[in-house]
Write a protein that binds this ligand. Structure first.
Ligand SMILES: Cc1ncc(COP(=O)(O)O)c(C=O)c1O
Length: 407
């Protein structure tokens, strides 16, 4: 057929790609109340307010990489050998040893998740993802024609997985289970016992796990983060991580995928992953080159200090929000998020979390993320890397807002 004019249409892939956070937030009118500065506690980016800079040694490592002129060229599509070695060394465990061959450097943890999901699932198959959960899993799956099934997390049990529900979703088209621990948006950190139960379910169903551990080690005092891979000798795991959160540099876009496969179950998957990395020829070389220094030379005290600040903010949040009738704050055990339940029945004119968040921004200039973005209505999520003085003001305004709308 001869074309007679311009008619350029977006592809099916583009059509099926959508970010639920954008889709939901775009329905809201973020117009603050005149006379009140907007306080946004919605963005999961710890750099927004400038109160949590990265460590000087991290900055120096990148400056050195640029000045050396040795990191300007293309690298192997799976990443520099020294960067992969650094990740392997840092995350190797006696019960789950890693070498550089088991590591792929990706464009952020998002890139690692993309590789993992694409390597494991075909269009039409399904992956099991948490509810509430990070929305990118669905975005990636939708865009590739992979179906998602949400398994429930239980807020009353520290957001543990409802294993019965998870099991009920498994069928012969299920390709993998995605587990996110510690969790965005819940801030939960699973016990070893719970992780073992999840692994047992995976084992019983012969299902590989994609373990999103971007918040690895980001847990509060008294908590221990348990990576999933050392807890099994049989379940194959693709563990995803990155520098975004623990080094407070999400814009640098470097993450990694770690292949844990003691029994060669992932022989084909390794080949597939390798092929998939050639699509974009790897991640930013400057930051990759800085990675060994970042992972091995950053003083431990840096992460401890970051976490102490976030934990202090979590305690403040729990204390102040706990006094507001109509809200149910759930104390996180790590990460940088805080989930708050809304007792809708206590309010005279609030229909749901979207309505709550919309009215809150219009009347009080405080913008929190409705948990509908995480497929979990009637909660909202607060990012607690926001400076303490701003959090306090936000919570005072929330208290006034709830008082005005309560029955
Ligand atoms: C659970 C989870 N996984 C992955 C990512 C993406 O990480 P990156 O910025 O390294 O792509 C995020 C970012 O917010 C996240 O919360």
């Amino acid at each position: 057929m001869t074309r007679t004019g311009w008619d350029v249409k977006q592809s099916e892939t583009a059509k099926h790609t959508s970010n639920p956070i954008r889709a939901i937030v775009d329905q809201l009118k973020i117009v603050p109340c005149p006379g009140k500065d907007l306080i946004s506690v919605s963005i999961g980016d710890p750099t927004v307010f400038g109160n949590l800079p990265t460590h000087d040694s991290v900055v120096d490592a990148v400056i050195d990489a640029v000045k050396s002129s040795k990191a300007n060229g293309y690298t192997h599509s799976t990443g520099y050998e020294h960067a992969r070695e650094a990740v392997a060394e840092r995350y190797s465990h006696p019960d789950a040893p890693l070498t550089s061959k088991d590591v792929i450097i990706a464009s952020g943890c998002s890139g690692a998740l993309d590789l993992a999901i694409t390597a494991l699932a075909n269009p039409g198959q399904n992956i099991l993802i948490p509810r509430p959960g990070f929305s990118l899993y669905q975005t990636l799956a939708d865009s590739k024609g992979i179906k998602v099934r949400h398994y429930n997390l239980l807020p009353e049990k520290n957001w543990e997985i409802d294993l019965e529900h998870l099991q009920s979703l498994v069928d012969d088209q299920t390709a993998a289970i995605v587990v996110n621990n510690p969790s965005n948006p819940c801030g939960s950190n699973y016990s070893r016992a719970h992780l073992l139960d999840i692994l047992q379910l995976a084992e019983k169903n012969f299902l590989p796990i994609i373990s999103d551990e971007i918040y690895a080690d980001m847990v509060f005092s008294g908590q221990v983060f348990e990576p999933m891979a050392p807890l099994t000798k049989t379940v194959p795991i693709l563990a995803c991580g990155g520098i975004a959160k623990q080094f407070l540099v999400p814009g640098w876009r470097v993450g990694w995928l770690m292949i844990h496969d003691r029994n060669n179950t992932f022989k084909e998957i390794r080949e597939g992953l390798l092929k998939l990395t050639t699509l974009i020829l790897g991640a930013n070389t400057i930051v990759q080159d800085a990675l060994p220094t970042m992972l091995h030379k950053t003083p431990r005290g840096f992460l401890t200090a970051t976490l102490a600040t976030i934990e202090e903010h979590a305690k403040l949040s729990y204390e102040m929000l706990g006094k507001i009738d109509g809200l149910v704050p759930i104390m996180p055990q790590g990460t940088m998020y805080f989930m708050v339940g809304i007792q809708i029945e206590k309010f005279k004119d609030i229909a749901n979390d979207m309505d709550f968040v919309q009215k809150l921004v219009t009347e009080q200039s405080v913008f929190a993320l409705p948990a509908s973005c995480f497929a979990y209505p009637n909660f909202f999520r607060i990012v607690i890397t926001v400076p303490k003085d701003k959090l306090k003001i936000a919570y005072e305004r929330l208290a006034e807002f709830c008082a005005q709308h309560r029955k």
